[in-house]
Design a protein around this ligand. Structure first.
Ligand SMILES: Nc1ncnc2c1ncn2[C@@H]1O[C@H](COP(=O)(O)OP(=O)(O)OP(=O)(O)O)[C@@H](O)[C@H]1O
Ligand SMILES: [Mg+2]
Length: 446
């Protein structure tokens, strides 16, 4: 057996280099013979307490057949794992140098894999464990931690935290206030909550009719959060399992377990306020079951139904800290900005003529108008989108809306609230599947 041969060689080497010193023999991590780790972890690296890594010496080991593996790292192929034998050198304070004799070798079983053994001084196992951990971290390709984004329910495709902040077109004051609120919480608020012996958990709600950019905003904020070193936990209610409290529970568990500040995104919060789960969701918001992450956790929830939330949450102080209404397009400047954005290089000043028809529509409407117009042009083999085509596109979309065609419905809206059933649409001027609820401006609390 390869393992026994490795151990026998290592034991003889130990006796020759450290006669009489006690050691233990352990299975070791194959990552310690990874070239990427060797390159990154330099002699002098502090490990834990006063322990330090002092470099390594390659040893000649006759029982190891040298085989190397290449792996892709970014665009480059680099030498990663290799079999080999080393004396890794460490010191604990000034006067206590020691070595770990290490050997890794490929073996052929069902699969070819690396096996590794290490002979470690009996009282230095912790230092060795810290070194193994450092090696494992060094070779994990470009991932700083386990994961930056946890998606609970659904797959990664449900949420792509790759939206640029500048691509979210909304009145600047809303964007600024939202961002300032989040940053103030993480940078100063967490400390204040802790001083007050409260779990640092802030809760913000984005409310608005479908298609105004709430999901997009969450994705853009998630991207900023990741850049700030925070973890994003995203709960999706749009997969087969729907909006179950179990998902919230798993999310809260992830929030508590993370050793980093967390942005928790829960979309369509109203869907979790069904009879069975309502009390528990409220407990979370009230603080009874809310997560305690000392680094701070911020809930960013979204809803199309502020009035449902209003009834149960907004009137009770402390359940939600702040509600941001994400509006449809309110004025021609905003409409023009959105249209220019989605027309991109096809923009022509004559397109300004349709701007007045975009007011009161959600951003998603403008995107569809622009896409549709560009498709019409492509279909006609035209190289530019004339005003005529754009008007045609606006008309056809408005027509579909007026006739109630639900052509853009993207998800079931089976909202069950205590007083009502799922809403249905008839004279719905909104393209996105559901009638816009009366968006009563909700009180903003500061
Ligand atoms: N404010 C906006 N700025 C730029 N693009 C927008 C905006 N609002 C909507 N869009 C476009 O419409 C698409 C749909 O928007 P989004 O999914 O963010 O809406 P939503 O408010 O989350 O809707 P829902 O309430 O139905 O979940 C976006 O991917 C984007 O292309
Ligand atoms: Mg959404």
């Amino acid at each position: 057996m390869q393992y026994e041969r490795l151990v026998q060689w290592a034991t003889e080497t130990w006796e020759a280099r450290w006669p009489g010193r006690e050691f233990v023999t352990i299975w070791a991590s194959a990552e310690c013979s990874n070239m990427v780790a060797h390159r990154q972890i330099k002699a002098g690296r502090k490990l834990r307490g006063r322990a330090r890594y002092d470099g390594m010496e390659a040893l000649d080991c006759p029982v190891i057949v040298p085989i190397s593996d290449y792996g892709s790292r970014g665009k480059k192929m680099v030498l990663t794992a290799t079999s080999g034998a080393y004396a890794f050198k460490f010191s604990d304070g000034d006067e206590d140098p020691f070595e770990v004799i290490y050997a890794s070798s490929y073996f052929d079983d069902d699969v070819q894999d690396l096996t590794a053994v290490a002979l470690v001084p009996a009282d230095k196992l912790e230092t060795w464990a810290a070194f193994e951990f450092t090696c494992a971290r060094a070779v994990r390709p470009r991932i700083r931690r386990r994961r930056d984004v946890y998606i609970i329910g659904g797959t990664d495709a449900f949420f792509d935290p790759n939206v640029d902040w500048d691509d979210v077109i909304l009145p600047e004051d809303i964007k600024t206030e939202l961002l300032e609120d989040i940053e103030a919480f993480f940078k100063k608020g967490v400390h204040i909550y802790r001083q007050l012996k409260l779990a640092p958990f802030r809760k913000l709600l984005l409310a608005g009719v479908p298609g105004t950019g709430k999901t997009m905003l969450c994705a853009a904020i998630a991207r900023l959060a990741i850049n700030e070193g925070r973890i994003v936990v995203y709960v999706s209610g749009t997969d087969r399992d729907g909006a179950s409290f179990e998902k919230i529970q798993r999310a809260l568990h992830a929030v508590t377990a993370a050793r980093y500040p967390v942005l928790l995104v829960v979309e369509e919060l109203d869907a979790y306020l069904r009879d069975d789960d309502k009390a528990r969701v409220l407990n979370v918001l009230d603080g009874i079951e809310s997560p305690n992450n000392p680094q701070g956790a911020l809930l960013l929830a979204t809803t199309n139904y502020p009035e449902v939330i209003d009834e149960r949450i907004a009137k009770r102080p402390g359940r939600l800290d702040r509600i941001f209404v994400i509006p449809t397009i309110q004025d021609s400047a905003h409409a023009e900005q959105m249209l220019r954005h989605y027309m991109a290089d096809q923009w022509k000043d004559e397109h300004l003529a349709v701007v007045s028809q975009l007011i009161e529509q959600p951003g998603a409407f403008v995107r569809e108008v622009a896409l549709h117009a560009r498709m019409l042009a492509a279909h006609d083999h035209r190289t530019e989108v004339t005003l005529d085509l754009l008007e045609q596109s606006v008309d056809s979309l408005l027509h579909q809306l007026r006739s109630g065609a639900d052509f853009l419905a993207r998800r079931p809206m089976g909202l069950v609230s205590s007083g009502g059933s799922a809403r249905s649409s008839n004279s719905n001027p909104n393209p996105f599947g559901t009638p816009p609820p009366a968006l009563t401006p909700l009180p903003r609390r500061r």
